[in-house]
Each structure stands twice: as structure tokens, then as C-alpha cells.
Write a protein that binds this ligand. Structure first.
Ligand code: MF3
Ligand code: CO
Ligand code: CO
Length: 277
């Protein structure tokens, strides 16, 4: 049995219970998430051939410092960087290093700033220079998956409706959904209940209630869904080395649907893709 509790009075650890946040908490999330979104906007004009992911890591750290925010990944479970940078067949949790990005790469940049204790968790895909049509199509399909997942968020529905919306669209587009990683409750904690699966059926998962806050962050592959984690303990790659993509928003459930906290202030939710209608 799942239980829901008032986030104001709940202990600050993941007990498996689902926190319901009030209006003031939503305001806190807006601030944290908008700082993250501004950083991701800035990165759109930084990512280019020749730029290293280590330079992106330094930018994310400095931008946080300049704005009174700490990157949540820094020293999180032994991770020692300010950002995850996942290139081409890297599904997620790619570690920044000194290798320059190359023309034609696609890179996911995943930033989480902590502002006044609130976690703003979001990621976007960045094309590096000119990319192949297959890669562009994967980015389009993956962002559409995220939007369809978000449209399924309403009080009374179950979280399985999110996964079902994502999986049915991805597979209709001859892509596959990664099963090994999921979205998550977020707010005062970085990773909280419930897990948000990106596959499944509308009658699965927990009932969504106003005040819930979680991420949706589908990882979509051009090939098979299977992944493996490299010996560094972090880098997750597609087993068949097929191209993979991910976009992540943090959302709060409202009386009528949801609010997307991490929307780009600059209209750069899908940097480098032709504007959507
Ligand atoms: N930001 C990632 C997420 O979307 C988590 C990264 S944890 C790290 O949940 F330790 F790998 F950085
Ligand atoms: Co997340
Ligand atoms: Co993230």
C-alpha cells in the first residue's frame, strides 16, 4: 500500500512514502528549476566541436557558484562532477573528461542545482555541429516522448499512464525504451519515491495527486533497449552501441494537470532542432 504525506512534516529521507508539497514548495521548485533551465540555455551557445565535457563541467560549477547554487551531483554517492555528459551511445551518467566533442556527436547534459534546499533536475540533448538525419530523428522522437509523458500527468490517473504514453509512441517510431533507469520523485530530496517508469500500462504505478513533484526523463534508443554500466561504475551505454537520447523535465501535479518547472526561458527546450509547431 502506498501512502502519501505532507512534505512539511515528513522526515528528510526516502521512506517510500510520497510527499505532497504545498504552494510555497512549488515556488521553491520554480526557482531551483529555472536556474537549471537558464544554465541549460547558456550551454546551447557553448556546445560546439572542440569543446571538452570537462569545460562544460567547469561552466556548470561556476554558473552555480555565481548564482548561489550547488550542483547536486557533486559528491553524490561518490560522483565527483557537477554535471553528467552522455555522448552518442552513452545512455546516462557519462563522466566529463578532456576529450573534445566532435562534429556530428549528440550529447545529453544533465544538471541539478540545489537552491534553498530545492533540487532543480533537468537535461537536454545538444547536437554538436551538423548531425545525421537519423540522430536528429532520435532527438525529435525522444522529446516527443517526454511531452507525451507529461500530457499523461493528471490527478487521479496512475503513473503507469506516463510510461504507457512514452512506450507506445517510442515503439511506433521503431525505437526502444531503456528499462534500467527511471524518473523519480524530486524536491527536498534529489531522488525520492515514486519511481516513474518510462514503459508500462495505465493501470500500473501509483495514483497521482496534486502536490506530487517528480521527473520524467525517458532514455530512448535507436537499437535494442539493453544497457550495461562500464567499469567506472557510472557510465551506462547501449549494449548494441546504438545511438541513444534523453530529455528530462521536473513537473508538479496540479488540480488540473501539471506544471513544468524546468521549461526553458529562452525557448531552447530542444536546442539545435527546428522549432516545433
Ligand atoms: N541527474 C540525474 C537524474 O536525472 C542523476 C545523476 S546522479 C549522478 O536523476 F551521480 F550520476 F550524477
Ligand atoms: Co532525474
Ligand atoms: Co537529471
Amino acid at each position: 500500500m502506498v501512502t502519501y504525506l505532507d512534505a512539511e512534516t515528513a522526515p528528510l529521507r526516502n521512506t517510500g512514502q510520497i510527499r505532497l508539497y504545498n504552494a510555497e514548495s512549488f515556488e521553491g521548485m520554480r526557482r531551483a528549476c529555472q536556474l537549471t533551465a537558464r544554465c541549460l540555455d547558456e550551454l546551447a551557445s557553448i556546445v560546439a566541436p572542440g569543446v571538452t565535457t570537462a569545460a562544460i563541467d567547469r561552466f556548470v560549477f561556476e554558473f552555480g557558484m555565481d548564482n548561489g547554487a550547488l550542483p547536486a551531483t557533486l559528491n553524490y554517492r561518490g560522483y565527483t562532477h557537477s554535471v553528467c555528459t552522455s555522448i552518442n551511445h552513452v545512455v546516462c551518467h557519462g563522466i566529463p573528461d578532456d576529450k573534445p566533442l566532435r562534429e556530428g556527436d549528440i550529447v545529453n547534459i544533465d544538471v541539478t542545482y540545489i537552491v534553498d534546499g530545492w533540487h532543480g533536475d533537468s537535461s537536454r540533448m545538444y547536437p554538436v555541429g551538423q548531425i545525421k538525419r537519423a540522430a536528429e530523428r532520435l532527438l525529435e522522437v525522444t522529446y516527443e516522448c517526454l511531452l507525451r509523458g507529461i500530457e499523461a500527468v493528471k490527478p487521479g490517473a496512475r503513473t503507469g499512464a506516463i510510461g504507457a504514453a512514452i512506450q507506445s509512441y517510442a515503439e511506433a517510431e521503431r525505437c526502444s525504451v531503456v528499462r534500467d533507469f527511471c524518473g523519480h520523485g524530486v524536491g527536498k530530496l534529489f531522488h525520492d519515491a515514486p519511481n516513474i517508469l518510462h514503459y508500462g500500462h495505465p493501470n500500473e504505478g501509483v495514483e497521482m495527486r496534486p502536490g506530487m513533484i517528480f521527473t520524467i526523463e525517458p532514455m530512448i534508443n535507436l537499437g535494442k533497449p539493453h544497457v550495461k554500466v562500464l567499469s567506472d561504475g557510472w557510465t551506462a551505454v547501449t549494449r548494441d552501441r546504438s545511438l541513444t537520447a534523453q530529455y528530462e523535465h521536473a513537473v508538479g501535479v496540479t488540480e488540473t494537470g501539471c506544471e513544468i518547472f524546468t521549461l526553458s526561458p529562452g525557448g531552447l527546450d530542444c536546442p539545435g532542432l527546428p522549432a516545433r509547431s
